[in-house]
Design a binder for this molecule. Structure first.
Ligand SMILES: [Zn+2]
Length: 308
């Protein structure tokens, strides 16, 4: 028996996202000069400098919420049914490979064939990494046939975000696999407690773990660190990236502590937390001060259990 086609149709949803806007301002420096004819003079030299600033934007959006149907292994053939949205073409006789099998396993969405391929390619890079594979396997246990992460490519989203309430990843098409890994990590973190209030109280904790996981992913050979979203953040002086990288002096690639605990505490409280709590857009995020800071890397340890 084929599964029931779940079609929820169009729903109005409140969509919020962080947009980075480029702001130009005049950077003026006073200077003195000596003119051979007129003597000492003063002036002001200005130059235009710019920086990216995050702005939180929200609007109501009509979202097509649909669970795409496709046959499970061995079911083959069948009729996907038509409801106006995109319905993936079921493989004939169950022998043709399904487009984007890894992506369709945990994600649902009204994506074009091209978008499914793009998502699948990013996922392949992630699964090619031991830690990424661990995360994907854990997500596969949570998100499957009836309960998947809704995935939405959107140019309006300047980066990417995971919304736990409606279980949606919104993703700018220009972002790459490391950013996808970051958002997948948020989905995994949220599901550990599955409680919005707990999630809100430890947003900073989750961000630290997700950022570090993302950084570790770039440090491995499967992706080029120099072309990553991460390095773009570093270049524009993003203090989240700059402060996260120093975690590697204290936390290894499997989320275990090594190093000097006094220095670690000083760095955690005065550098890392400070950078995250004051990051524009994160000011209202909450932090739960666990006595054992290693609690913050529980998920990283779990997804790297089988890695060297
Ligand atoms: Zn995040």
């Amino acid at each position: 028996m084929q599964e029931e086609i779940k079609t929820r149709g169009w729903e109005m949803q409140r969509v919020c996202y962080t947009e980075f806007v480029y702001v130009e301002y005049n950077d003026c420096n006073g200077f003195t000069y000596e003119d051979p004819e007129y003597g000492l003079g003063f002036g002001t030299e200005c130059r235009k400098v710019g920086k990216w600033e995050p702005v939180e934007r929200c609007h109501d959006e009509l979202v097509y919420v649909q669970e795409p149907w496709y046959p499970g292994p061995g079911e083959g053939g069948g009729n996907g049914g038509g409801n106006g949205g995109y319905v993936p073409i079921p493989p004939e006789g169950g022998t043709q490979p399904m487009t984007a099998p890894n992506a369709r396993k945990i994600f649902s969405g009204d994506l074009t064939e091209e978008q499914w391929k793009k998502l699948e390619n990013m996922l392949k890079k992630i699964i090619n990494d031991c830690m990424g594979e661990g995360l994907y396997k854990e997500l596969s246990k949570i998100f499957n046939s009836n309960n998947k992460i809704s995935f939405n490519f959107s140019d309006k989203e300047k980066g990417a975000k995971y919304s736990p309430i409606n279980n949606v990843i919104t993703f700018n098409p220009n972002m790459e696999s490391g950013t996808l890994l970051h958002e997948m990590m948020h989905a995994y973190q949220y599901k550990q407690k599955n409680d919005v209030d707990i999630w809100r109280n430890q947003t900073i904790n989750s961000e630290i773990e997700s950022h570090y996981t993302q950084y570790l992913y770039y440090c491995r050979d499967t992706v080029s660190y120099n072309e990553s979203d991460w390095i773009k953040g570093k270049i524009r002086g993003d203090k989240r990236m700059l402060s996260t990288e120093k975690l590697e002096y204290y936390i290894d690639k499997k989320g275990n502590f090594y190093g000097d605990s006094i220095n670690f505490e000083i760095y955690w409280d005065y550098t890392l937390l400070n950078c995250f709590k004051t990051y524009p857009g994160y000011e209202n995020y909450k932090y739960t001060p666990y006595e054992d800071r290693m609690v913050n890397f529980n998920n990283l340890r779990k997804i790297t259990e089988n890695c060297i």
